[in-house]
Design a protein around this ligand. Structure first.
Ligand code: 5AD
Ligand code: SF4
Length: 346
Protein backbone atom coordinates (compact mmCIF):
# COMPACT_ATOMS: atom_id res chain seq x y z
CA UNK A 1 0.00 0.00 0.00
CA UNK A 2 1.19 3.50 -0.76
CA UNK A 3 1.22 5.35 2.55
CA UNK A 4 1.01 8.91 1.19
CA UNK A 5 -2.00 8.00 -0.92
CA UNK A 6 -3.67 6.06 1.88
CA UNK A 7 -3.31 8.89 4.40
CA UNK A 8 -5.35 11.10 2.09
CA UNK A 9 -8.22 8.62 1.76
CA UNK A 10 -11.66 9.67 2.83
CA UNK A 11 -12.73 6.21 3.99
CA UNK A 12 -10.77 3.20 5.21
CA UNK A 13 -11.23 -0.57 5.04
CA UNK A 14 -10.37 -2.80 7.99
CA UNK A 15 -7.21 -3.94 6.15
CA UNK A 16 -6.12 -0.34 5.66
CA UNK A 17 -6.71 0.43 9.34
CA UNK A 18 -4.63 -2.59 10.33
CA UNK A 19 -1.89 -1.48 7.94
CA UNK A 20 -1.76 1.99 9.55
CA UNK A 21 -1.82 0.60 13.09
CA UNK A 22 1.06 -1.71 12.17
CA UNK A 23 3.42 0.99 10.87
CA UNK A 24 6.87 0.48 12.35
CA UNK A 25 9.24 2.98 10.72
CA UNK A 26 9.60 6.23 12.62
CA UNK A 27 9.33 8.30 9.47
CA UNK A 28 6.06 6.60 8.47
CA UNK A 29 4.58 6.88 11.94
CA UNK A 30 5.40 10.59 11.94
CA UNK A 31 3.53 10.98 8.65
CA UNK A 32 0.50 9.30 10.23
CA UNK A 33 0.65 11.60 13.25
CA UNK A 34 1.04 14.67 11.09
CA UNK A 35 -1.95 13.72 8.95
CA UNK A 36 -4.06 13.07 12.07
CA UNK A 37 -3.12 16.54 13.32
CA UNK A 38 -4.23 18.08 10.01
CA UNK A 39 -7.54 16.20 10.05
CA UNK A 40 -8.09 17.28 13.66
CA UNK A 41 -7.41 20.88 12.64
CA UNK A 42 -9.85 20.62 9.74
CA UNK A 43 -12.76 19.15 11.75
CA UNK A 44 -12.16 20.53 15.27
CA UNK A 45 -10.03 23.62 14.74
CA UNK A 46 -7.35 24.77 17.13
CA UNK A 47 -9.50 24.70 20.26
CA UNK A 48 -9.17 22.14 23.04
CA UNK A 49 -12.30 21.43 25.06
CA UNK A 50 -11.96 20.90 28.79
CA UNK A 51 -14.32 18.58 30.67
CA UNK A 52 -14.19 18.80 34.46
CA UNK A 53 -14.55 15.38 36.05
CA UNK A 54 -16.03 14.66 39.47
CA UNK A 55 -15.57 11.07 40.60
CA UNK A 56 -18.66 10.91 42.76
CA UNK A 57 -18.28 7.32 44.04
CA UNK A 58 -15.77 4.50 43.76
CA UNK A 59 -18.24 1.79 44.75
CA UNK A 60 -18.81 -0.66 41.93
CA UNK A 61 -21.12 -3.64 41.58
CA UNK A 62 -19.19 -4.96 38.56
CA UNK A 63 -16.09 -7.09 38.49
CA UNK A 64 -14.26 -6.09 35.28
CA UNK A 65 -11.06 -8.09 35.36
CA UNK A 66 -8.72 -5.15 34.64
CA UNK A 67 -10.14 -2.49 36.95
CA UNK A 68 -9.07 -1.50 40.46
CA UNK A 69 -12.62 -0.49 41.41
CA UNK A 70 -13.99 -3.99 40.79
CA UNK A 71 -16.33 -5.34 43.44
CA UNK A 72 -13.91 -8.03 44.61
CA UNK A 73 -11.12 -5.56 45.37
CA UNK A 74 -11.29 -5.19 49.15
CA UNK A 75 -8.01 -3.28 49.33
CA UNK A 76 -9.33 0.13 48.35
CA UNK A 77 -11.16 2.53 50.61
CA UNK A 78 -14.63 3.11 49.21
CA UNK A 79 -16.32 6.51 49.29
CA UNK A 80 -19.37 8.36 48.08
CA UNK A 81 -19.52 12.13 47.80
CA UNK A 82 -22.64 13.81 49.14
CA UNK A 83 -24.96 15.60 46.67
CA UNK A 84 -24.01 18.94 48.20
CA UNK A 85 -20.28 18.22 47.83
CA UNK A 86 -20.88 17.27 44.21
CA UNK A 87 -22.87 20.43 43.43
CA UNK A 88 -20.21 22.55 45.16
CA UNK A 89 -17.45 20.89 43.12
CA UNK A 90 -19.42 21.52 39.92
CA UNK A 91 -19.50 25.20 40.87
CA UNK A 92 -15.70 25.17 41.24
CA UNK A 93 -15.50 23.78 37.70
CA UNK A 94 -17.77 26.39 36.12
CA UNK A 95 -16.00 29.15 38.08
CA UNK A 96 -12.82 28.02 36.32
CA UNK A 97 -14.55 28.73 32.99
CA UNK A 98 -15.12 25.05 32.18
CA UNK A 99 -18.63 24.34 30.91
CA UNK A 100 -18.83 20.57 30.85
CA UNK A 101 -19.16 18.66 34.11
CA UNK A 102 -18.65 14.90 33.99
CA UNK A 103 -20.15 12.86 36.83
CA UNK A 104 -18.24 9.62 36.99
CA UNK A 105 -18.52 6.57 39.25
CA UNK A 106 -18.36 2.81 39.35
CA UNK A 107 -21.70 1.09 38.83
CA UNK A 108 -23.22 2.23 42.09
CA UNK A 109 -26.99 1.84 42.38
CA UNK A 110 -26.95 3.96 45.56
CA UNK A 111 -26.92 6.91 43.14
CA UNK A 112 -30.40 6.20 41.84
CA UNK A 113 -32.65 8.16 39.51
CA UNK A 114 -33.78 10.58 42.22
CA UNK A 115 -30.36 11.47 43.62
CA UNK A 116 -28.71 11.91 40.22
CA UNK A 117 -31.72 13.91 38.93
CA UNK A 118 -31.49 16.17 41.99
CA UNK A 119 -27.75 16.73 41.39
CA UNK A 120 -28.26 17.47 37.68
CA UNK A 121 -31.04 19.91 38.48
CA UNK A 122 -28.96 21.70 41.12
CA UNK A 123 -25.89 21.99 38.88
CA UNK A 124 -27.93 23.32 35.98
CA UNK A 125 -30.02 25.73 38.02
CA UNK A 126 -28.00 28.90 37.49
CA UNK A 127 -25.35 27.96 34.95
CA UNK A 128 -25.44 27.04 31.28
CA UNK A 129 -23.35 23.90 31.59
CA UNK A 130 -23.37 20.53 29.80
CA UNK A 131 -23.57 17.44 31.99
CA UNK A 132 -21.98 14.16 30.97
CA UNK A 133 -22.87 11.04 32.94
CA UNK A 134 -20.41 8.18 33.19
CA UNK A 135 -22.14 5.92 35.69
CA UNK A 136 -21.82 2.56 33.94
CA UNK A 137 -24.53 0.29 32.60
CA UNK A 138 -27.73 1.28 34.38
CA UNK A 139 -31.40 0.52 33.80
CA UNK A 140 -33.24 2.12 30.90
CA UNK A 141 -35.68 3.93 33.14
CA UNK A 142 -32.80 5.70 34.93
CA UNK A 143 -31.27 6.87 31.64
CA UNK A 144 -34.68 8.33 30.72
CA UNK A 145 -35.17 10.12 34.02
CA UNK A 146 -31.66 11.59 33.95
CA UNK A 147 -32.21 12.86 30.40
CA UNK A 148 -35.44 14.52 31.45
CA UNK A 149 -33.63 16.03 34.46
CA UNK A 150 -31.21 17.70 32.02
CA UNK A 151 -28.25 15.36 31.37
CA UNK A 152 -26.75 16.01 27.94
CA UNK A 153 -24.23 13.28 27.29
CA UNK A 154 -23.48 9.70 28.36
CA UNK A 155 -20.10 8.02 28.30
CA UNK A 156 -20.15 4.21 28.22
CA UNK A 157 -17.04 2.60 26.84
CA UNK A 158 -17.48 -0.64 24.90
CA UNK A 159 -13.93 -1.56 26.09
CA UNK A 160 -13.48 -4.15 23.31
CA UNK A 161 -15.43 -4.86 20.14
CA UNK A 162 -14.43 -8.54 20.28
CA UNK A 163 -17.38 -10.43 21.85
CA UNK A 164 -15.17 -13.30 23.08
CA UNK A 165 -12.71 -10.97 24.78
CA UNK A 166 -15.59 -8.95 26.20
CA UNK A 167 -16.93 -12.07 27.88
CA UNK A 168 -13.46 -13.00 29.16
CA UNK A 169 -12.87 -9.57 30.71
CA UNK A 170 -16.38 -9.21 32.10
CA UNK A 171 -17.18 -12.67 33.41
CA UNK A 172 -19.65 -13.82 30.79
CA UNK A 173 -21.43 -10.53 30.38
CA UNK A 174 -22.22 -9.86 26.75
CA UNK A 175 -20.99 -7.16 24.44
CA UNK A 176 -24.38 -7.12 22.69
CA UNK A 177 -25.98 -5.91 25.90
CA UNK A 178 -23.56 -2.99 26.22
CA UNK A 179 -24.23 -2.06 22.60
CA UNK A 180 -27.99 -2.12 23.24
CA UNK A 181 -27.43 0.38 26.05
CA UNK A 182 -25.48 2.65 23.74
CA UNK A 183 -28.25 2.44 21.11
CA UNK A 184 -30.88 3.24 23.70
CA UNK A 185 -28.92 6.21 25.07
CA UNK A 186 -28.58 7.52 21.53
CA UNK A 187 -32.31 7.11 20.88
CA UNK A 188 -33.04 9.19 23.99
CA UNK A 189 -31.08 12.09 22.48
CA UNK A 190 -27.92 11.82 24.58
CA UNK A 191 -24.68 12.75 22.85
CA UNK A 192 -22.84 9.46 23.27
CA UNK A 193 -19.25 8.61 24.00
CA UNK A 194 -17.65 5.19 23.92
CA UNK A 195 -14.25 3.68 23.23
CA UNK A 196 -11.82 0.95 24.10
CA UNK A 197 -8.91 -0.05 26.26
CA UNK A 198 -5.65 -0.60 24.41
CA UNK A 199 -3.17 -3.30 25.32
CA UNK A 200 -5.39 -5.66 27.31
CA UNK A 201 -4.13 -9.26 27.42
CA UNK A 202 -5.08 -11.29 24.32
CA UNK A 203 -6.05 -8.23 22.29
CA UNK A 204 -4.74 -8.05 18.70
CA UNK A 205 -4.28 -5.21 16.21
CA UNK A 206 -7.33 -6.60 14.40
CA UNK A 207 -9.37 -6.12 17.55
CA UNK A 208 -8.26 -2.49 17.76
CA UNK A 209 -9.25 -1.98 14.12
CA UNK A 210 -12.68 -3.39 15.00
CA UNK A 211 -12.87 -0.98 17.96
CA UNK A 212 -12.37 1.97 15.63
CA UNK A 213 -14.91 0.59 13.16
CA UNK A 214 -17.43 0.07 15.95
CA UNK A 215 -17.03 3.74 16.93
CA UNK A 216 -17.71 4.61 13.30
CA UNK A 217 -20.80 2.40 13.14
CA UNK A 218 -22.28 4.07 16.22
CA UNK A 219 -21.54 7.51 14.80
CA UNK A 220 -20.24 8.51 18.22
CA UNK A 221 -20.01 12.09 19.41
CA UNK A 222 -16.96 11.23 21.53
CA UNK A 223 -14.50 8.34 21.26
CA UNK A 224 -11.88 7.56 23.91
CA UNK A 225 -8.91 5.27 23.35
CA UNK A 226 -7.15 4.70 26.65
CA UNK A 227 -4.12 2.55 27.47
CA UNK A 228 -4.53 -0.34 29.87
CA UNK A 229 -2.39 0.06 33.02
CA UNK A 230 -2.14 -2.98 35.34
CA UNK A 231 -3.94 -2.38 38.60
CA UNK A 232 -2.92 -3.88 41.96
CA UNK A 233 -5.25 -6.43 43.56
CA UNK A 234 -6.83 -7.41 40.26
CA UNK A 235 -6.35 -10.63 38.28
CA UNK A 236 -4.37 -8.63 35.69
CA UNK A 237 -2.00 -7.15 38.26
CA UNK A 238 1.05 -8.80 36.70
CA UNK A 239 0.15 -8.30 33.06
CA UNK A 240 2.04 -6.01 30.72
CA UNK A 241 0.64 -2.50 30.32
CA UNK A 242 -0.18 -0.82 27.02
CA UNK A 243 2.41 0.49 24.63
CA UNK A 244 2.36 4.31 24.41
CA UNK A 245 3.18 4.31 20.71
CA UNK A 246 0.34 1.92 19.89
CA UNK A 247 -2.02 4.13 21.89
CA UNK A 248 -0.95 7.21 19.93
CA UNK A 249 -1.23 5.33 16.64
CA UNK A 250 -4.76 4.24 17.56
CA UNK A 251 -5.78 7.81 18.37
CA UNK A 252 -4.29 9.04 15.10
CA UNK A 253 -5.95 6.36 12.96
CA UNK A 254 -9.24 6.94 14.80
CA UNK A 255 -9.04 10.63 13.89
CA UNK A 256 -8.54 9.77 10.20
CA UNK A 257 -11.45 7.32 10.20
CA UNK A 258 -13.92 9.10 12.49
CA UNK A 259 -13.13 12.72 11.55
CA UNK A 260 -15.70 14.98 13.30
CA UNK A 261 -15.64 13.37 16.72
CA UNK A 262 -14.29 14.50 20.08
CA UNK A 263 -11.20 12.49 21.10
CA UNK A 264 -9.65 12.98 24.55
CA UNK A 265 -5.98 12.87 25.41
CA UNK A 266 -6.42 10.70 28.49
CA UNK A 267 -5.00 10.82 31.99
CA UNK A 268 -3.94 7.19 31.56
CA UNK A 269 -1.73 8.22 28.64
CA UNK A 270 -0.28 11.04 30.74
CA UNK A 271 0.38 8.50 33.50
CA UNK A 272 2.43 6.29 31.17
CA UNK A 273 4.40 9.10 29.54
CA UNK A 274 5.22 12.44 31.11
CA UNK A 275 4.54 14.17 27.79
CA UNK A 276 1.61 11.89 27.01
CA UNK A 277 -1.01 14.59 27.29
CA UNK A 278 0.68 16.83 24.72
CA UNK A 279 1.56 13.92 22.45
CA UNK A 280 -2.09 12.84 22.42
CA UNK A 281 -3.19 16.36 21.48
CA UNK A 282 -0.71 16.28 18.59
CA UNK A 283 -1.92 12.88 17.36
CA UNK A 284 -5.58 13.67 16.84
CA UNK A 285 -7.03 14.53 20.27
CA UNK A 286 -9.00 17.73 20.92
CA UNK A 287 -10.29 17.17 24.46
CA UNK A 288 -8.71 17.08 27.93
CA UNK A 289 -10.52 16.01 31.08
CA UNK A 290 -9.07 17.59 34.25
CA UNK A 291 -10.00 15.81 37.45
CA UNK A 292 -11.73 18.07 40.00
CA UNK A 293 -12.52 15.37 42.56
CA UNK A 294 -11.70 17.01 45.91
CA UNK A 295 -9.60 15.65 48.76
CA UNK A 296 -9.90 13.26 50.53
CA UNK A 297 -11.71 11.28 47.80
CA UNK A 298 -9.34 11.98 44.92
CA UNK A 299 -6.68 9.42 45.77
CA UNK A 300 -9.20 6.63 46.25
CA UNK A 301 -10.49 6.49 42.67
CA UNK A 302 -7.85 3.90 41.90
CA UNK A 303 -8.84 2.42 38.57
CA UNK A 304 -5.12 1.74 38.12
CA UNK A 305 -1.93 2.48 40.07
CA UNK A 306 -0.16 5.85 40.38
CA UNK A 307 -2.69 7.82 38.39
CA UNK A 308 -1.27 11.13 37.18
CA UNK A 309 -2.19 14.11 39.39
CA UNK A 310 -3.82 11.85 41.98
CA UNK A 311 -2.27 13.74 44.88
CA UNK A 312 -2.28 17.23 43.32
CA UNK A 313 -4.61 20.07 44.13
CA UNK A 314 -7.39 20.00 41.49
CA UNK A 315 -7.14 23.71 40.63
CA UNK A 316 -3.34 23.59 40.30
CA UNK A 317 -3.68 20.48 38.16
CA UNK A 318 -6.23 22.14 35.87
CA UNK A 319 -4.03 25.26 35.45
CA UNK A 320 -1.06 23.03 34.64
CA UNK A 321 -3.10 21.28 31.94
CA UNK A 322 -4.18 24.63 30.50
CA UNK A 323 -0.54 25.72 30.41
CA UNK A 324 0.46 22.53 28.59
CA UNK A 325 -2.28 23.05 26.01
CA UNK A 326 -1.21 26.63 25.33
CA UNK A 327 2.47 25.64 25.21
CA UNK A 328 1.78 23.67 22.01
CA UNK A 329 -0.02 26.59 20.39
CA UNK A 330 -3.55 25.42 21.05
CA UNK A 331 -6.38 27.49 22.48
CA UNK A 332 -8.72 26.60 25.32
CA UNK A 333 -12.36 26.62 24.28
CA UNK A 334 -14.80 28.66 26.30
CA UNK A 335 -17.83 26.90 24.84
CA UNK A 336 -19.57 23.76 26.09
CA UNK A 337 -17.99 21.83 23.24
CA UNK A 338 -21.10 20.01 22.07
CA UNK A 339 -21.14 17.30 19.44
CA UNK A 340 -19.49 18.09 16.11
CA UNK A 341 -22.14 16.10 14.27
CA UNK A 342 -24.66 17.95 12.12
CA UNK A 343 -27.60 15.86 13.27
CA UNK A 344 -26.88 16.10 17.02
CA UNK A 345 -29.73 17.20 19.26
CA UNK A 346 -28.30 20.13 21.24
N1 5AD B 1 -6.21 0.82 33.01
C1 5AD B 1 -6.71 1.82 32.26
N2 5AD B 1 -8.01 2.14 32.22
C2 5AD B 1 -8.86 1.40 32.97
N3 5AD B 1 -10.20 1.45 33.11
C3 5AD B 1 -10.56 0.49 33.98
N4 5AD B 1 -9.47 -0.19 34.40
C4 5AD B 1 -8.41 0.34 33.77
C5 5AD B 1 -7.01 0.06 33.79
N5 5AD B 1 -6.52 -0.91 34.53
C6 5AD B 1 -11.07 2.38 32.39
C7 5AD B 1 -12.15 1.63 31.61
C8 5AD B 1 -13.44 2.21 32.14
C9 5AD B 1 -13.03 3.45 32.85
C10 5AD B 1 -13.91 3.78 34.01
O1 5AD B 1 -11.72 3.20 33.31
O2 5AD B 1 -12.01 1.88 30.22
O3 5AD B 1 -14.37 2.49 31.12
FE1 SF4 C 1 -16.70 -0.91 37.71
FE2 SF4 C 1 -16.27 0.53 35.50
FE3 SF4 C 1 -14.23 -0.53 36.85
FE4 SF4 C 1 -15.87 -2.12 35.49
S1 SF4 C 1 -14.51 -0.53 34.61
S2 SF4 C 1 -15.14 -2.48 37.60
S3 SF4 C 1 -17.84 -1.09 35.77
S4 SF4 C 1 -15.61 1.05 37.58
Amino acid sequence: MDLDELLNNDSFTKEEIIFLLSLKKEEEINKLFQRADEVRQKYCGNEVHLRGIIEISNYCEQNCIYCGLRFDNHFIKRYRMSPDEIVKTAKTITNEGIFTVVLQSGEDSYFDSEIISYIIYQIKQNTDVAITLSLGERNFDEYKKWKIAGADRYLLKHETANPRLYEAYHFKQELSERLEHLEFLKSLGYQIGSGNLIGLPMQTIEDIADDILLCQKFDLDMAAFGPFIPSPHTPYHKKKGADVLLTLKTMAVARLVLKNVHIPSTTALATLDKNGRKKGLQCGANVVMPDFTPFPYREHFQIYANRKCMLDDPKVCSSCLQFQIESIGRKISKSKGDSLKQNAIL
